[in-house]
Design a protein around this ligand. Structure first.
Ligand code: ATP
Ligand code: MG
Length: 846
């Protein structure tokens, strides 16, 4: 039903209007929970296969009944005298159709008035009456027909449920007819298999017999008497846990991960009851894969992960299980026979020994004892309050109260995004400006919290996901960013673009897959880079920070000095070689200690839970081990080839002893290389050479420029000394001092001293001043012939010039001094100031 939900409501159309399906079903939590029944009835599993046929506004009640009857009595050849059906009490139409089509006598068409025979998706949406087909397994089995007081017995077993979706509930308590009624049916494969194999009990069908035989074989305990239920629980739960893991669920304390953990631990208690003291469940996986691995390839593919996960969970839980059971025994000893187990004891078992509530309930079941579950909830709430107090003590702001309240009231968000990019979630809260609100309309930006989401919330350096959200009433929104609050709630920064959204609404969450894929590639490349740096530079390399976004990656690490071009080239080549290996990226869940033992790189100072995700990638061809093994909660590529290309674009220092590498992957790396190539081509085109000849051409040009500069400077020098026609070479007489002053454009200041020496020789007696102007700046050099140095000091003269040039000071000796200044445009003024000073000191007598 679930996969077709939107087709029934009309939100989605497909190019077919009829379908049949075989679906994997799990009923171990939430609305449908058969966990407690498993092991104790003939017909319940936590995991089973459901066969169904569907009509989306195509055929309806008469044909659905016709098809069903035809299949069970025709194709399957079931004895019609052993079949009976139920209809919803006011569904006369179905009643009449069963009489007409099947020819069933009235006493075997039972009217049922309870909600068991009326199906709805929730308070709103399509709904309608059901009709169920039952098989009578015979008088020697206890149980009564449906609707009778002992209907829950196993004599009359429901094999098939037909849902006639004919109404729509708008949510105001009314119900009206759907224009195009639909059909949805479900038949449990194991139940029909039991009937067809001539056995009464699901656990006696071929598949379960083999699984139970394997468990009998490994435990050496027969599946009889008291032990029968334990073998059944083990066989059933083995399937449920293996399929969950194959579908990407790993045990945790939240959401689906906790459903898995509950199933695993419940099975482990039964393994314990059979007397096993070493982990058992993982040794049963081969039997399951033999039975089901051909039809379900995912089971075979995930076999190593399933085996490892079961083994680890069981190893860790064993010792707690024994201690917890001992405590339970002691506590039960204190109770009177009919007294419920106090809630705080159940909570202690949960909190200290990891006993899920249903495990404790199952353990007490044999004695007919129950748990005070209200007391359990109270104890749980108290502990949360304490945790919150501890958190607020850690200096967090009081606005976080809101998030704690929400978490207490609604639980945390479950993250589905390791395996899914699309999912439905229920709106738990909307927050605007630090306040919870009930609803929001188009145009607003709010924070959205849902019970489960495929959006990754920013952490471990990896950017939060972006994408879209949609829902009923034309609601549409954009997720601008995703962050985590108090480690438990995923908060989507939501811009509502159309319609409106209210707390309680179910929304469809859709992660921007292209962006996520780029982030994945960058994240996996960061792990490869980290490992390559350690292997190349040494184990002193430790991660100091990282940033993984969709457009690039940044990795900071400890290393005392800059990496040279050769280091960088080798590291880059190594990472690209790993990418081309195209190996699978494997994710495993381990205890922290085991992860370290397996060589995983953990970040110093980072806090990890007892359980960690361990990412392994690449193959180190030297020692044939995983190239990179790292603890990480981020999202990664499935195969290294998905990274495509890795390019380092910069390397530099961020702090003393800490280096930073920035790099690109995939399309961004390709574009970067294209841009580099375009630069090269345009430079080559301007110099009119092939790109390959560019370096040689550039060094030729540089040589040429140097030579020309030298020649030019020489020419200017010659000019300054009056070799040419330059008027500047003229001398003048100030008082009775001969003065040669000149501004020289583009003459190297280093050449001024030589010029001055030559000029002084030529003059015999006099003062020279040369101002060289280069790039707007001026250098000035003043020379005074020895005969004049007692009247005129070169140092004093150069100082007045420097002042005019905006510079300070000046230095040298009385016969030769130099200075400079930033204001080359004032070169002539500087000479003028020198002239004035000479005149002042040496004015001709009046
Ligand atoms: P029951 O009352 O026996 O628990 P149900 O009313 O919960 O059955 P439906 O919800 O109508 O069953 O599910 C449709 C079909 O799926 C059932 O007719 C049955 O064949 C199968 N089925 C349901 N629950 C289980 C289960 N826990 N294990 C195996 N098969 C099941
Ligand atoms: Mg049921």
């Amino acid at each position: 039903m679930v996969p077709f939900k939107n087709v029934f409501t009309g939100a989605e159309t497909r190019d077919y209007s009829r379908a049949v399906s075989s679906q994997k079903c799990l009923r171990a939590g939430g609305k449908h929970n058969d966990l407690d029944n498993v092991g104790y009835t003939a017909r319940h599993h936590t995991f089973f296969e459901m066969l169904g046929n569907f009509s989306f506004g195509d055929y309806f009640k008469d044909q659905a009944i016709g098809f069903a009857w035809d299949l069970v009595t025709g194709t399957f050849g079931l004895d019609r005298d052993r079949l009976l059906v139920t209809v919803y009490h006011d569904d006369d139409e179905a009643f009449d159709l069963w009489r007409k089509i099947a020819g069933l006598p009235e006493e075997r068409i039972i009217r049922i008035a309870t909600s068991d025979n009326f199906w709805s998706m929730g308070d709103t949406g399509p709904c309608g009456p059901c009709s169920e087909i039952f098989f009578d397994h015979g008088t020697d089995i206890p149980g009564g027909p449906p609707g009778s007081p002992d209907e829950d017995g196993d004599r009359f077993i429901e094999i098939w449920n037909l849902v006639f979706m004919q109404f729509e509930q708008p949510g105001d308590g009314t119900r009206h007819a759907l224009p195009k009624p639909s059909i949805d049916t479900g038949m449990g494969l194991e139940r029909i298999a039991a009937v067809l194999q001539g056995v009464h009990d699901n656990y006696d069908i071929d598949l379960f017999k083999k699984l139970i035989a394997a468990s009998v074989d490994l435990t050496g305990v027969k599946a009889e008497g008291k032990e029968r239920a334990s073998h059944r629980v083990i066989a059933d739960h083995l399937r449920a846990m293996s399929f969950l893991i194959a579908d990407g669920v790993l045990p945790s304390n939240e959401g689906r991960g906790y459903v898995l953990r509950r199933i695993m631990r419940r099975a482990m208690r039964h393994a314990h009851m059979l007397g096993t003291r070493a982990p058992l469940m993982h040794r049963l996986v081969p039997a399951l894969v033999d039975e089901m691995g051909t039809a379900f390839g995912e089971l075979r593919r995930a076999q190593p992960l399933i085996t490892e996960t079961l083994k680890l969970e069981e190893e860790r839980f064993r010792s707690m299980l024994e201690r917890g059971l001992r405590l339970l025994d002691e506590e039960v000893g204190k109770l009177s026979p009919s007294q419920a187990l106090p809630g705080d004891v159940a909570f202690r078992l949960y909190d200290t020994f990891g006993f899920p509530l249903d495990l404790t309930q199952d353990a007490l079941r044999e004695d007919g004892r129950v748990v005070d579950s209200a007391g359990f909830e109270t104890a749980m709430a108290e502990q949360r309050a304490k945790a919150r107090a501890a958190w607020s003590g850690s200096g967090q702001k009081s606005t976080e109260k809101l998030w704690f309240d929400l978490r207490d009231e609604a639980g945390g968000t479950e993250f589905l995004g390791y395996s899914a990019l699309d999912a439905e979630g229920k709106t738990l809260a909307l927050v605007k400006d630090g306040e919870r609100i009930d609803g929001v309309d188009a145009g607003a930006v709010v924070q959205l919290v849902v019970n489960q989401t495929p959006f990754y919330a920013e952490s471990g350096g990896q950017a939060g996901d972006r994408g879209t959200v949609s829902g009923d009433n034309g609601f549409e929104g954009k997720v601008l960013d995703t962050r985590k609050q108090i480690g438990a709630l995923w908060v989507h920064e939501l811009e509502v673009t159309a319609g409106s959204l209210r707390v309680g609404d179910v929304v469809h969450l859709h992660v921007d897959a292209d962006r996520r894929n780029r982030i994945r590639a960058n994240h996996s490349a960061t792990h490869l880079l980290h490992a390559a740096l350690r292997k190349h530079l040494g184990p002193h390399v430790a991660q100091k920070g990282s940033l993984v976004s969709d457009d690039r990656l940044r990795f900071d690490f400890t290393h005392p000095k800059a990496l040279d071009a050769d280091d960088l080239a080798q590291i880059e080549a190594q990472v690209n070689a790993l990418i081309r290996q195209n190996g699978d990226v494997s994710t495993r869940l381990m205890s922290y200690d085991d992860a370290l033992e397996a060589g995983a790189v953990a970040l110093f100072g980072e806090k990890y839970g007892d359980e960690v995700r361990v990412l392994s990638m690449g193959n180190d061809t030297q020692d044939d081990a995983a190239y990179s093994v790292e603890l990480c909660g981020g999202t990664h590529v499935h195969r290294l080839g998905d990274i495509a290309l890795f390019k380092i674009v910069s390397e530099g220092a961020v702090a003393s002893g800490v280096r930073r590498i920035e790099a690109l992957t995939g399309e961004a790396a390709r574009r970067y290389l294209l841009d580099e190539e375009a630069l090269l081509r345009s430079a080559a085109a301007q110099l009119k050479v092939a790109p390959a000849d560019l370096p040689e051409r550039v060094s030729q040009l540089a040589d040429q420029v140097k030579k020309l500069e030298r020649a030019l400077s020489d020419a200017k020098k010659a000019l300054a000394l009056g070799g040419g026609t330059a008027k500047g070479a003229d001398t003048e007489t100030l008082g009775d001092v001969v003065f040669l002053g000149q501004v020289l454009d583009g003459v190297n200041p280093k050449d001024l001293r030589g010029l001055a020496d030559d000029a002084k020789k030529k003059l015999g007696s006099g003062v020279t001043a040369f101002v060289a102007v280069n790039d707007g700046k001026a250098a000035v050099l003043v020379g005074v012939t020895d005969d004049l140095t007692d009247q005129l000091s070169a140092v004093e003269l150069v100082k007045v010039a420097a002042k005019a040039l905006g510079g300070k000071g000046g230095g040298g000796r009385a016969d030769m001094a130099q200075a400079g200044g930033p204001d080359g445009a004032k070169a002539e003024t500087a000479l003028e100031h020198i002239r004035e000073m000479i005149l002042r000191v040496n004015a001709p007598a009046e």
